[in-house]
Design a protein around this ligand. Sequence first.
Ligand code: HEC
Length: 128
Amino acid sequence: MRVNRWSKTASAALGFMFLMTASRCTYDNIEDRTGSGIFCDTSAVSFSQDIESIIQQSCEGCHNGISASGGLNLADHQNIQSAALNGLIMDRVRRPLSDPLSMPPNGPLSDCNQKKLRAWINQGALDN
Ligand code: HEC
């Protein structure tokens, strides 16, 4: 009797741990809660829906045309893709504001926009 009750408790505990692990997975992969309490959906990030506007709003003012800052033009997909795939973009975007190499120089991208950028780059930085 005692043994039986104990094993029920143990399997309930195991089941609980499994649920916690499974739900944590969902939490990490599909929707991340940002500090502001807004859901950040990184499950279907695309260039046209998400990334293009982030770059236009936060980067293109300086990284545009023949006099682009740092010689880096981020005005079209092809240029953005090559900077993304060789690691340049995430390297600069992830740096803290206290680092003089941090981009954009006047304040970091939101957590959610950084996650979207990373998700898009991990999927090949496609023109999608
Ligand atoms: C206010 C102007 C300004 C904005 C906005 C800006 N940058 Fe920059 N960026 C610069 C300047 C100036 C440099 C050159 C100095 C340096 O390397 O830090 C630079 C350099 C870079 C470099 C290095 C280029 C290389 O070939 O070494 C990367 C990568 C970069 N920026 C990415 C970004 C991204 C991504 C954004 C948007 C999230 C952004 N920048 C927004 C001014 C800006």
